[in-house]
Write a protein that binds this ligand. Structure first.
Ligand SMILES: C[S@@+](CC[C@H](N)C(=O)[O-])C[C@H]1O[C@@H](n2cnc3c(N)ncnc32)[C@H](O)[C@@H]1O
Length: 219
């Protein structure tokens, strides 16, 4: 249970998972696969094109062997944090990586204001302490920096939190917004449906985008 979330908002069992064994066991073997289809990945990449400025420092949280960043855009530094070292080593966009279980240790091993943007792609549903992680993200991002959280309707069911299973797509957007509000320090929160068209032909793609710091913080 995330101690930062008021019990009245989310009951303790909301953050329980079918598989409560250590995440390190589940992610021990690398998975060089993609978790959403090509069209949904293209929607993620387009969001990054819109929100992440070229030549800046980015953090790909809950990263793997792919970051979905636009191939034509150079960034100064991209750091990935995830659970599997082989996947992270194989990610061609990363300049550096860290293996860390955020459910055991939500504190991020980065300096204050180290990054100009951060992404969490198809992974927010696995966080058992999302508010603690979002507070840390607010600390390591520069004022005004964007956080782009994307998700679809697919997951590793045994590792997703119970609340995720109980909500539909709209509910997932509302849940992630609640996380940001509970964390504080986030503004300009946008709930986006970027599902490829026509609907039903590919994986849907939803995003919650927010900016860190005071509403009039520097961009
Ligand atoms: C469905 S994959 C998505 C990977 C990648 N973001 C992508 O878009 O393909 C879920 C990712 O979340 C990461 N992850 C899961 N549980 C985690 C945890 N407790 N701490 C840190 N990362 C975690 C895993 O390493 C894995 O790379």
């Amino acid at each position: 249970m995330d101690p930062n979330i008021p019990q009245s908002l989310f009951p303790a069992h909301a953050f329980r998972r079918q598989d409560e064994t250590p995440d390190a066991d589940f992610y021990h073997h690398p998975r060089f696969v993609t978790h959403i289809d090509e069209a949904a990945i293209a929607a993620v990449t387009q969001l990054y094109r819109e929100y992440f400025r070229p030549g800046t420092d980015l953090l790909d949280l809950m990263s793997s062997w792919v970051s979905h960043l636009p191939p034509e855009v150079p960034y100064r530094r991209v750091v990935g944090l995830g659970m599997n070292a082989a996947e992270l080593r194989g990610n061609p966009r990363l300049h550096a990586h860290v293996v860390q279980d955020l459910n055991q240790q939500p504190a991020l091993p980065f300096a204050d204001a180290e990054f100009d943007g951060a992404a969490i792609c198809v992974s927010v549903d696995y966080l058992t302490q999302p508010v603690a992680v979002l507070r840390e993200l607010a600390r390591v991002l520069r004022p005004g920096a964007p956080l782009v959280i994307t998700f679809s309707n697919r997951c590793f069911p045994s590792k997703a939190i119970a609340a995720w299973h109980h909500l539909d797509d709209r509910g997932h957007l509302a849940l992630v917004r609640q996380y940001l509000l509970a964390a504080g320090d986030w503004h300009s929160i946008e709930l986006l449906d970027r599902s490829p068209q026509p609907p039903g032909r590919s994986d849907p793609l939803f995003a919650v985008v927010a900016r860190v710091g005071a509403p009039h913080g520097l961009r």
